[in-house]
Design a protein around this ligand. Sequence first.
Ligand SMILES: Cc1cc2nc3c(=O)[nH]c(=O)nc-3n(C[C@H](O)[C@H](O)[C@H](O)COP(=O)(O)O)c2cc1C
Length: 193
Amino acid sequence: MNTTYNFLEQIISNRRTAKSATMNGQLIDDNLVKQILALANWAPTHGHTEPWRFIVYNNMTKKDFCNAHAAMYKQHTPQESFVLATFEKLQQMSDKASHIVVVYNKRGDNAKIPPIEEIVASSIAMQNILLGAEALNIAVHLSTGGMMHKQPMKDYFNLTDEDTMLAILYLGYSDEQKAGKRLTSIESKVEWR
Ligand SMILES: Cc1cc2nc3c(=O)[nH]c(=O)nc-3n(C[C@H](O)[C@H](O)[C@H](O)COP(=O)(O)O)c2cc1C
């Protein structure tokens, strides 16, 4: 097995999702974030629609998003189901992180490309970010919680009905090493014919 493969295998299998609350508050250089975002642009793209889009908050602005996210939750949650702990958690989501990268799919105007294919392309772009982060020892919390899939979030970012929010990535550094877990083997998910 060649060393490039071994290195890639290590990056892929060691990548873990880290909760932002377990990050240590250390800041990431903006240039490193730019570097891993550049990897996203190399995702495969049918018809070159290149539909992946990112909104980046750094240490100076991350709290603006979290406050807005929490306020969105409060405004759009009926009083009887509003949970104060959820509101506070959304406000504090980035306190120990460094950057936030909001990932969404921008539906292109090439009608020949089915929407699912653009979402696949953007998902692969996101994986490039996760792997680049792992290679730089940057921890990532991939979150789809809170208001992420709700209309107010799309409105907040001026997304059209055809665009899709994919994830909110909280980036930082962590001192914790989480063990990987998969419930079933790859063999149980593959059928050779
Ligand atoms: C589409 C998608 C949505 C996810 N949403 C969340 C989330 O809201 N909160 C969270 O903590 N992790 C979320 N995760 C991360 C998973 O919890 C994580 O990938 C899983 O536990 C396996 O762990 P690993 O990423 O360390 O291998 C999401 C992952 C995917 C693919």
